[in-house]
Design a protein around this ligand. Sequence first.
Ligand code: ARG
Length: 593
Amino acid sequence: MLRQLRNQTAIFLSNELRKLLPPEFSDNEAVSVAKLENVLEQPKNLEHGHLAFPVFSLAKLMRQGPPPIALKIATHLQSLIDGNQVAKDLGLEKAMAVGGYVNLTFSGLALQNRLFAAIRDSKGKLGFSADGKGKKIVIDYSSPNVAKPMHVGTLRATVIGQAIRNIAETQGYEVIGLNHLGDWGVQFGKLAWAYQKWGDQYDFKNAPFQSLFDLYVKFHDEAAKDPALDAEGSLVFKRLEQGDKEIEKIWKMFVDITLVEDQKLWDLLGVKHDLVRGESFYNDRLKPVENLLEKKGLLTESEGAMVVPMGDDMPPCLIRKSDGASLYATRDIASAIYRKEELGADLCLYVVGVDQTLHFKQVFKVLELAGFEWAKECHHISFGLYRFKDGVKMSTRKGNVIFLEDILKQAIERTSELIEKKNPHLSLAERTQIATDVGVGAVIFGDLVFDRVKNVEFDWDRILSFEGDSGPYVQYMHVRCQSLLRKYAEKNGGLPPKLNPARVMGEKDERELIRLLFSYDEILEASFRGFRPNILAQYLLEVCGVFSRFYHNNRILGEAAEIEESRMALVAATQAVLHEGLAKLSIRAPDVM
Ligand code: ARG
């Protein structure tokens, strides 16, 4: 696809420039393949060709104006078009200077052949690259807290993380998805205390998670009236830390109950972690961290607590509290070392909300101060918060909690009604499956379509719309492709379009669609580089827009055989890209809806 064409063009261009330019430039970085590959642009307007070479830095080097140089290069390349084998193989059709650019146009046939060959040979790996081969990414995402229902905030940490994970895999990386479960802290002492006191008032057998949550709320209500309860809870937590078997058993039960509940949501959202490494996992790795920091001379005492000073621009990083309790940061330091040294991470990604920015800055800084070179390979992939339409911030505290489960349930319910109206003939099981795929897909897409650093406004109408910038809209376009493909197969003894049409697709809509589909691999690459799934989501919307124009302006089925076949090949290509692209966002693409 585009990456390959870009690479081959850069090689060709590099060779030709070395011949064309005065010898003193032939070793210059400006004419190296790597550099050229980097600077070749994809013009916005198709009339400017498929790739454009900006000559500005070259011109500066040669102390000449860009336009004459562009003209010289374009003229040279154009002269090669009929005779030169490399140019022929590339399918180069036209080289033209426009200002300081050399615009390159490739033959329609060459491009469509490349596109269809890529799709034919993709085997579920359309647009993949080997850039990350041999390298390992450890990505921390979702990472909810024990005994708390996942809420809309966790939604972002979950879907953004899973999408980045999927996209990283397309770039050839080995990826380990880590669940840094919030399973340790004094709150579990409180909860265990509450369980021992009031546990039998709740239906732990039939509604374990609800009971756990109710118990949590009950404890906090009671503790508000009687602060002594907090002290009781702290004592129980001490026992837990000292390895009290009875308390540990209760704690373990809390963890298991939570994981069972969270798993239901992960299944719905297509989330797959490889490892659960909760905060408790690091319990016996904390002392070594302290010792190390001590040895490096980084620890100082401050009001009885141990801290690492961070200089003027950040508050000190708390390593151990005055009562001896360890902290969130200490666990993250231990965890980073574990990810690097034991899991072999080349890159550590943390998909966590913007509210933890300072925390990660401190953790990474401590690692750096401790002499870990690789600290610079740790990245906080931050995201903004959800807001209601009226601008209210969502919070987990009392009252205005929005549980993820409720959001998904509601999305599925609302979609069910739409699906039922549209497809009364489908069986209940089919409708339920489609409503689930579309409802959940809508929520995921509605999140991922925005730049992650921005706050997101939660708006049902937008999220569930079958038109415009929503998940169902993309799924619906995919359904259209599938329906055309079914009809085509019916006509052709069950055979799909062959994907090697002889006709050159010269209509504007056809050419635009080809060009867009052709760039899918670079979209994946760009999405990965910025850790920005919204690049992929926005691209899918663009594909839908162009496909929809193509579909409205051109007859597809029922045209002369040659035209029909080529247009159906394009439909099949669109279907493949939409299907694959949605899958990378962990969204399913139903065949009917
Ligand atoms: N459990 C934390 C929370 O809900 C998120 C954990 C993120 N990962 C980490 N390594 N700190 O806020």
